[in-house]
Design a protein around this ligand. Structure first.
Ligand code: GTP
Ligand code: MG
Length: 202
Protein backbone atom coordinates (compact mmCIF):
# COMPACT_ATOMS: atom_id res chain seq x y z
CA UNK A 1 0.00 0.00 0.00
CA UNK A 2 1.24 3.45 -0.93
CA UNK A 3 0.73 6.16 1.68
CA UNK A 4 -0.37 9.34 -0.04
CA UNK A 5 -1.80 11.16 2.96
CA UNK A 6 -1.46 11.01 6.73
CA UNK A 7 -3.23 13.58 8.89
CA UNK A 8 -3.50 14.09 12.62
CA UNK A 9 -7.21 14.11 13.50
CA UNK A 10 -7.48 14.56 17.27
CA UNK A 11 -6.32 13.62 20.76
CA UNK A 12 -8.91 12.10 23.06
CA UNK A 13 -8.72 11.77 26.83
CA UNK A 14 -12.01 9.88 27.14
CA UNK A 15 -13.87 7.27 25.14
CA UNK A 16 -16.71 9.74 24.47
CA UNK A 17 -14.27 12.10 22.75
CA UNK A 18 -13.07 9.61 20.12
CA UNK A 19 -13.79 10.52 16.50
CA UNK A 20 -16.89 8.94 14.94
CA UNK A 21 -16.12 5.32 14.03
CA UNK A 22 -16.43 6.04 10.34
CA UNK A 23 -13.33 4.27 9.06
CA UNK A 24 -11.70 0.89 9.59
CA UNK A 25 -9.35 1.39 12.52
CA UNK A 26 -6.05 -0.09 13.72
CA UNK A 27 -4.86 0.50 17.28
CA UNK A 28 -1.22 0.43 18.37
CA UNK A 29 -0.76 -0.52 21.98
CA UNK A 30 2.00 -1.77 24.27
CA UNK A 31 4.16 -0.89 27.25
CA UNK A 32 5.40 2.66 27.59
CA UNK A 33 8.47 3.29 25.47
CA UNK A 34 8.07 0.11 23.39
CA UNK A 35 8.10 2.18 20.21
CA UNK A 36 4.43 2.72 19.26
CA UNK A 37 4.75 6.29 18.04
CA UNK A 38 8.03 5.58 16.25
CA UNK A 39 6.52 2.62 14.41
CA UNK A 40 3.52 4.70 13.35
CA UNK A 41 5.85 7.33 11.90
CA UNK A 42 7.86 4.65 10.13
CA UNK A 43 4.73 3.07 8.66
CA UNK A 44 3.52 6.30 7.12
CA UNK A 45 7.05 7.62 6.48
CA UNK A 46 6.44 10.89 8.31
CA UNK A 47 9.19 11.82 10.73
CA UNK A 48 7.10 13.34 13.49
CA UNK A 49 3.44 12.71 12.84
CA UNK A 50 3.16 10.86 16.17
CA UNK A 51 5.16 12.38 19.01
CA UNK A 52 8.00 10.18 20.21
CA UNK A 53 10.03 10.52 23.37
CA UNK A 54 12.77 8.88 25.35
CA UNK A 55 10.71 9.63 28.48
CA UNK A 56 8.22 6.80 29.04
CA UNK A 57 4.54 7.55 29.51
CA UNK A 58 4.44 10.52 27.20
CA UNK A 59 1.27 9.64 25.30
CA UNK A 60 -1.57 9.62 27.83
CA UNK A 61 -4.21 10.25 25.19
CA UNK A 62 -5.49 8.33 22.21
CA UNK A 63 -4.27 10.06 19.08
CA UNK A 64 -6.07 9.44 15.80
CA UNK A 65 -4.52 9.76 12.37
CA UNK A 66 -6.43 9.45 9.11
CA UNK A 67 -4.43 7.63 6.47
CA UNK A 68 -5.16 7.89 2.74
CA UNK A 69 -8.58 9.39 3.68
CA UNK A 70 -9.49 5.75 4.16
CA UNK A 71 -8.45 4.26 7.50
CA UNK A 72 -7.69 5.34 11.03
CA UNK A 73 -4.55 4.63 12.89
CA UNK A 74 -4.81 5.07 16.68
CA UNK A 75 -1.76 5.64 18.91
CA UNK A 76 -2.79 4.42 22.37
CA UNK A 77 -1.29 5.34 25.73
CA UNK A 78 1.41 2.98 27.02
CA UNK A 79 0.45 0.53 29.74
CA UNK A 80 2.63 -0.57 32.63
CA UNK A 81 4.20 2.81 33.21
CA UNK A 82 5.74 2.57 36.70
CA UNK A 83 4.95 6.13 37.76
CA UNK A 84 1.17 5.88 37.50
CA UNK A 85 -0.80 5.13 40.66
CA UNK A 86 -1.03 1.58 41.93
CA UNK A 87 -4.72 1.20 41.12
CA UNK A 88 -4.16 2.38 37.55
CA UNK A 89 -1.18 0.11 37.15
CA UNK A 90 -3.13 -2.96 38.27
CA UNK A 91 -5.21 -2.70 35.11
CA UNK A 92 -4.21 -1.34 31.76
CA UNK A 93 -5.89 2.02 32.33
CA UNK A 94 -9.52 2.87 31.76
CA UNK A 95 -8.88 4.52 28.42
CA UNK A 96 -7.22 1.43 26.96
CA UNK A 97 -9.81 -0.95 28.40
CA UNK A 98 -12.79 1.13 27.20
CA UNK A 99 -11.24 1.46 23.78
CA UNK A 100 -10.45 -2.21 23.36
CA UNK A 101 -13.87 -3.36 24.54
CA UNK A 102 -16.11 -0.77 22.88
CA UNK A 103 -14.46 0.70 19.80
CA UNK A 104 -16.85 -0.59 17.13
CA UNK A 105 -14.62 0.20 14.17
CA UNK A 106 -11.52 -1.51 15.59
CA UNK A 107 -10.38 -3.99 12.93
CA UNK A 108 -7.16 -5.10 14.57
CA UNK A 109 -5.05 -4.22 17.56
CA UNK A 110 -1.28 -4.34 17.11
CA UNK A 111 0.29 -5.26 20.43
CA UNK A 112 3.88 -4.06 20.44
CA UNK A 113 6.44 -6.06 22.36
CA UNK A 114 10.12 -5.19 22.77
CA UNK A 115 12.08 -7.80 20.80
CA UNK A 116 15.11 -7.43 23.10
CA UNK A 117 13.60 -8.82 26.27
CA UNK A 118 12.12 -11.98 27.75
CA UNK A 119 8.32 -12.27 27.93
CA UNK A 120 6.95 -9.66 30.33
CA UNK A 121 4.09 -10.49 32.67
CA UNK A 122 2.10 -7.39 31.79
CA UNK A 123 2.25 -8.13 28.03
CA UNK A 124 1.13 -11.71 28.60
CA UNK A 125 -1.70 -10.50 30.84
CA UNK A 126 -2.81 -7.96 28.28
CA UNK A 127 -2.81 -10.58 25.52
CA UNK A 128 -4.75 -12.95 27.73
CA UNK A 129 -7.36 -10.22 28.26
CA UNK A 130 -7.63 -9.75 24.46
CA UNK A 131 -8.03 -13.49 23.96
CA UNK A 132 -10.76 -13.79 26.56
CA UNK A 133 -12.62 -10.85 25.06
CA UNK A 134 -12.09 -12.14 21.51
CA UNK A 135 -10.48 -8.95 20.28
CA UNK A 136 -8.62 -9.41 16.97
CA UNK A 137 -4.92 -8.71 17.48
CA UNK A 138 -1.42 -9.47 16.31
CA UNK A 139 1.99 -9.12 17.97
CA UNK A 140 4.60 -6.73 16.68
CA UNK A 141 8.16 -7.18 17.91
CA UNK A 142 9.86 -3.77 17.95
CA UNK A 143 13.43 -2.42 17.84
CA UNK A 144 14.89 -5.45 16.04
CA UNK A 145 17.75 -3.27 14.78
CA UNK A 146 19.12 -3.37 18.32
CA UNK A 147 19.87 -7.09 18.35
CA UNK A 148 20.92 -9.91 16.08
CA UNK A 149 18.47 -11.93 14.05
CA UNK A 150 19.33 -14.93 16.20
CA UNK A 151 18.57 -13.12 19.46
CA UNK A 152 15.30 -11.75 18.06
CA UNK A 153 14.18 -15.23 17.05
CA UNK A 154 15.15 -16.68 20.44
CA UNK A 155 13.09 -14.02 22.22
CA UNK A 156 10.18 -14.58 19.87
CA UNK A 157 10.34 -18.30 20.56
CA UNK A 158 10.23 -17.68 24.31
CA UNK A 159 7.20 -15.47 23.74
CA UNK A 160 5.46 -18.09 21.61
CA UNK A 161 6.11 -20.72 24.25
CA UNK A 162 4.66 -18.49 26.94
CA UNK A 163 1.52 -17.99 24.83
CA UNK A 164 1.23 -21.69 24.08
CA UNK A 165 0.81 -22.36 27.80
CA UNK A 166 -2.61 -20.72 27.53
CA UNK A 167 -3.60 -20.88 23.87
CA UNK A 168 -3.64 -23.52 21.18
CA UNK A 169 -3.37 -21.06 18.34
CA UNK A 170 -0.85 -18.30 17.99
CA UNK A 171 -1.70 -14.82 16.69
CA UNK A 172 0.00 -13.24 13.68
CA UNK A 173 3.47 -11.87 14.50
CA UNK A 174 5.77 -9.39 12.81
CA UNK A 175 9.38 -8.29 13.34
CA UNK A 176 9.82 -4.55 12.97
CA UNK A 177 12.32 -1.74 13.25
CA UNK A 178 11.23 1.86 13.08
CA UNK A 179 14.84 2.81 12.36
CA UNK A 180 15.31 0.44 9.41
CA UNK A 181 11.72 0.33 8.20
CA UNK A 182 11.66 -3.41 8.75
CA UNK A 183 8.17 -4.91 8.74
CA UNK A 184 6.62 -1.83 7.15
CA UNK A 185 5.57 -3.51 3.93
CA UNK A 186 4.13 -6.54 5.71
CA UNK A 187 2.09 -4.49 8.17
CA UNK A 188 0.70 -2.26 5.43
CA UNK A 189 -0.16 -5.28 3.29
CA UNK A 190 -2.01 -6.78 6.25
CA UNK A 191 -3.93 -3.53 6.85
CA UNK A 192 -4.83 -3.29 3.17
CA UNK A 193 -6.23 -6.80 3.22
CA UNK A 194 -8.26 -6.22 6.37
CA UNK A 195 -9.59 -2.89 5.02
CA UNK A 196 -11.29 -4.87 2.28
CA UNK A 197 -13.63 -6.59 4.73
CA UNK A 198 -14.72 -3.33 6.38
CA UNK A 199 -18.44 -2.74 6.61
CA UNK A 200 -19.57 0.63 7.99
CA UNK A 201 -20.64 0.72 11.62
CA UNK A 202 -24.21 1.90 12.06
P1 GTP B 1 4.97 6.09 24.99
O1 GTP B 1 4.14 6.94 24.07
O2 GTP B 1 5.68 6.86 26.04
O3 GTP B 1 4.20 4.94 25.55
O4 GTP B 1 6.17 5.46 24.11
P2 GTP B 1 6.11 4.80 22.67
O5 GTP B 1 5.75 3.38 22.78
O6 GTP B 1 5.29 5.63 21.73
O7 GTP B 1 7.65 4.84 22.22
P3 GTP B 1 8.39 5.88 21.25
O8 GTP B 1 8.00 5.64 19.83
O9 GTP B 1 8.23 7.25 21.78
O10 GTP B 1 9.90 5.37 21.38
C1 GTP B 1 10.57 5.28 22.63
C2 GTP B 1 12.07 5.30 22.41
O11 GTP B 1 12.49 4.15 21.68
C3 GTP B 1 12.54 6.50 21.60
O12 GTP B 1 13.78 6.93 22.14
C4 GTP B 1 12.73 5.94 20.20
O13 GTP B 1 13.68 6.63 19.44
C5 GTP B 1 13.19 4.51 20.49
N1 GTP B 1 12.78 3.57 19.41
C6 GTP B 1 11.51 3.34 19.00
N2 GTP B 1 11.48 2.43 18.00
C7 GTP B 1 12.76 2.09 17.75
C8 GTP B 1 13.40 1.18 16.83
O14 GTP B 1 12.77 0.48 16.00
N3 GTP B 1 14.75 1.08 16.91
C9 GTP B 1 15.49 1.80 17.79
N4 GTP B 1 16.81 1.63 17.79
N5 GTP B 1 14.93 2.66 18.66
C10 GTP B 1 13.59 2.81 18.66
MG1 MG C 1 4.03 7.24 22.12
Amino acid sequence: MEIHSAKFVKSSAKFEQLPEPNYPEYGFVGRSNVGKSSLINALVERKSLAKTSSTPGKTQLINHFLINEEWYLADLPGYGYAKVSKTQRAGFGKMITDYVLDRKSLMNLFVLVDSRIKPQKIDLEFIEFLGVKEIPFGIVFTKTDKLTQKQAHANQKAFRNALLQKWEQLPAMWFTSAVKGRGRRELLAFIKEVNEVWTPVN
